[in-house]
Write a protein that binds this ligand. Structure first.
Ligand code: TNX
Length: 552
């Protein structure tokens, strides 16, 4: 197959030879397999064949994997395919039962420790061959096929399209980074389960593999914890919500009680939906700050005197968890329930923007600092995080914290999420810790993406699509060995000013597609002009999926 060069490619090569200054040739001027198939993120290598393969009712999946006890890499594709075509592709395990060996999607696993997400997808006129490093690679091959077939752009219309003609191609692919994430804050504004699932499906479509679910904050506690019913009765609700921009004088409120939470049953359902899509959900339980909603329910967890109310406005609040034994008992009990719901190896424990005045004024904290030999309140924050880390490590979990957890000494095994620029990531990697890059200037999708005058209200900043696309998560300051600690990056969607699923999609897309390409595609294959051409086709597909993306 590799020896086939399509007419298109020949034309393209000829045009390269004939045109001086061909380096500036953009794919909008000439047709390429990249532009034709419009796969995003762009695969590592693609070679066009000539001709087409027809997928029809005769097609079957033949695989050497007997059952998929943990993860069926065809399930998502097949469900979608059935909706669009009216039939599903059957699985076969035994080739001998076959009369002819065409009309097959033939899958071979070669367990590849080096890159379990890698795959080779060959579309030939006789059928499809997939060779992959693991079921994950097969899953990504099927997502690529889903894109090549433009399955999502076709209306569901009772499975009317029975035959699919797709161009021949040979794709070898593997991600650049192992952590490809998107975050969603459901505390400032609650997002319904159906929307969370749609958000996760899009992550899978763009080969992202982590969903960071920001579940607790000052303005609402969104995860059911059976041991502490007041988290549901009190912390999940606020009396009202700020209208307009934070800081406007006088502040205006809507006077409407607001809230909601996910039951444990709903969470299990979302976790299993995500795991079918090779997406790991990392829950975030914020501590010791951003916890006013929890303090409203259980004021005894603060060093300062209550009563407290779930926040109705944005910003940073001075009341935080007190590092007393009883607080740790509460948090450990909460985490015990969290661990039963989320199989993720990573648990995010927050750690950002902790106002420490209540600790500095507390006799209990002063005594504790003396007893533990802590010099200042930043070290007390590290004591807090390290105590929680020890608890979670003993249960086989790794903590992720926002970069403030570096300040008073990093917890021994923590992974850092670098959000206040890239310095946190640099410091973590130099100290031999893993880091995930989420710098505000590139990865905050709550920022404006266009002209403030015409865009809907956003928190501030300016992070347009091309800036996201240009981001390189590996800081230049790092040596090659240190750079291996940069696991990847994540787009963050804080929802102070995002009060509906439609607006969440508007802020996330298409910027999340640009980030997906930053995280997956080899850096020397990235090209903004060429991406812009492919993106146009993706906007059509997003239309097909009913995504309310930002149109320029
Ligand atoms: C800072 S980013 C926060 C969030 C806000 C966000 C708004 C981070 C770790 N903390 O609580 O929502 O800014 O952009």
């Amino acid at each position: 197959m590799k020896s086939f060069i399509s007419t298109l490619s020949i034309l393209f090569l000829l045009s390269l030879l004939l045109l001086p200054g061909c380096a500036s040739l953009s794919s909008s001027q000439t047709e390429t397999i990249e532009g034709n198939l419009a796969i995003a993120p762009l695969p590592a290598t693609m070679q066009a064949g000539s001709g087409f393969l027809v997928i029809d009712e005769k097609m079957k999946i033949l695989t050497n994997i007997k059952d998929f006890p943990h993860f069926d890499p065809f399930k998502v594709f097949n469900e979608l395919f059935q909706r669009k075509s009216g039939y599903a592709l059957p699985y076969l395990h035994d080739k001998s039962a076959l009369k002819d060996s065409s009309h097959l999607i033939k899958v071979t696993l070669v367990y590849n420790n080096y890159n379990i997400e890698s795959y080779n997808l060959k579309i030939k006129s006789s059928g499809i061959l997939i060779v992959a490093g693991s079921e994950l690679g097969v899953f990504y091959a099927m997502q690529t096929l889903r894109q090549i077939m433009r399955l999502d752009a076709v209306p569901d219309s009772k499975g009317s399209q029975r035959h699919w003609s797709i161009p021949l191609v040979d794709i070898s692919d593997a991600p650049r980074f192992t952590y490809r994430g998107m975050h969603l804050d459901v505390c400032r504004h609650f997002m319904p389960v159906e929307f969370v699932k749609k958000y996760i499906d899009l992550l899978a479509y763009y080969k992202m593999n982590y969903f960071h679910w920001h579940l607790t904050d000052d303005q609402g506690w969104r995860i059911e914890i059976k041991k502490y019913p007041k988290l549901q009765e009190v912390a999940a609700y606020r009396d009202e919500t700020l209208i307009g921009r934070f800081g406007e004088k006088p502040p205006r409120y809507d006077g409407t009680r607001y809230g909601g939470y996910y039951t444990q049953e709903e969470i299990k359902d979302v976790v299993s939906y995500a795991s079918d899509r090779a997406v790991t959900i990392i829950p975030e339980i914020e501590m010791p700050g951003h916890c006013l909603a929890a303090l409203a329910a259980y004021p005894e967890l603060a060093c300062s005197a209550g009563p407290f109310k779930t926040a109705t406005t944005w910003g940073v609040f001075k009341d935080v968890f007190c590092p007393e034994d009883s607080t740790f008992v509460f948090l450990e009990n909460v985490l015990d329930e969290v661990l039963t719901l989320f199989p993720s190896r990573y648990i995010h424990i927050g750690g950002d923007e902790v106002v420490k005045t209540s600790w500095e004024q507390s006799d209990f904290c002063k005594d504790l600092m003396k007893k533990e030999g802590l010099n200042n309140s930043k070290e007390l924050q590290s004591y807090f995080i390290q105590r929680i880390e020890k608890y979670l490590n003993a249960k086989g979990k790794t903590i992720i914290g926002w970069d403030e957890i570096l300040e008073g000494g990093i917890a021994p095994n923590a992974t850092i999420m670098s959000w206040r620029g890239i310095q946190g990531g640099i410091d973590a990697a130099k100290a031999g810790h893993d880091a995930i890059m989420t710098p505000g200037g590139y990865c905050y999708f709550d920022h404006y993406q266009g002209d403030r005058e015409t865009e809907p209200l956003a928190i501030g900043g300016f992070t347009p699509l091309d800036k996201v696309y240009a981001y390189d998560p590996v800081p230049a300051e790092l040596s090659e060995a240190e750079a291996r600690h940069i696991l990847g990056a994540q787009g963050n969607l804080w929802t102070e000013y995002i009060d509906s699923p439609e607006k969440a999609e508007y802020m996330a897309y298409p910027r999340a597609i640009a980030l997906a390409e930053v995280l997956w595609t080899p850096v020397d294959r990235k090209n903004w002009d060429e991406f812009s051409v492919r993106l146009k086709q993706h906007l059509d597909r997003l239309d097909g999926m009913g995504v309310h993306y930002a149109k320029k």
